[in-house]
Design a protein. Structure first.
Length: 225
């Protein structure tokens, strides 16, 4: 289903493109597809508001392109492969890339680049970065999805969203509760899939983080739309 949605999105973008942008859309888009399937579609739930090979002009009139531009968040998302030898990137190309990024900044666009290796090996971490962006920008249905939770559960989930990684003492200080009570709340959120633990051995040595499922509960469905 995701493959079909991505294919339809690409064809729709191609149908409305012309000139150099159309040439860009007809090239190898493996990195962009990887970014969509691994991060953007799981987070946003759709490709509404996205533009592929988004075209913008520098102050001197030069045309630049961005892999994926999300209009509601005014954010550029890109996937880059690893270039093992500096000589593969000419000085002129390097300078043009700096100018492209400066132009994004001048236009007020946010820029979130990811490497292929990150997408391939650290997909959850990449998605978490986008969830955090959505939260900081104030988009989506923030706090709507967690209203049904008990207040202590909700506050611990909020700690995870604000602090990313936390341990039991952090949670005790945040909630103002005893260790046993905090451990029960943490376990309950883990059983529901909202939190996950990192670490081995005794539970008190674990660090906890919010999961993809937890982010979706926290920010609601259709984030950024």
């Amino acid at each position: 289903m995701v493959d079909l949605r991505v294919s339809e999105f690409i064809e729709k973008e191609r149908s409305g493109a012309k000139g150099q942008r159309l040439e860009m859309l007809e090239r190898n888009l493996h990195g962009t597809i990887k970014l969509i399937e691994t991060v953007l579609f799981p987070v946003f739930g759709s490709l509404d508001g996205f533009r592929l090979e988004y075209e913008f002009k520098s102050p001197n009139g030069y045309n630049f392109y961005a892999d994926l531009f999300h209009e509601p968040l005014q954010t550029v998302f890109e996937c880059d492969g690893y270039v093992p030898h500096a000589e593969l990137l000419t000085r002129e190309r390097f300078s043009m890339e700096r100018q492209r990024i400066r132009t994004m900044t001048l236009f007020g666009y946010r820029y979130l680049p990811f490497s292929w290796d990150e997408l391939d090996k650290k997909g959850e971490q990449c998605r978490r970065a986008v969830y955090e962006l959505v939260g900081r920008c104030g988009h989506g249905n923030a706090n709507q999805g967690i209203r049904a939770l008990p207040i202590q559960d909700r506050e611990l989930l909020r700690l995870a969203a604000n602090g990313r990684i936390f341990r039991q003492p952090d949670a005790q200080a945040w909630l103002g509760l005893k260790e046993d009570t905090v451990r029960k709340i943490t376990r309950r959120l883990m059983d529901q899939g909202w939190l996950a633990a990192k670490g081995n051995g005794n539970a008190r040595h674990h660090a906890y983080h919010i999961t993809d499922k937890g982010w979706k509960l926290f920010w609601g469905n259709g984030v950024g739309s």
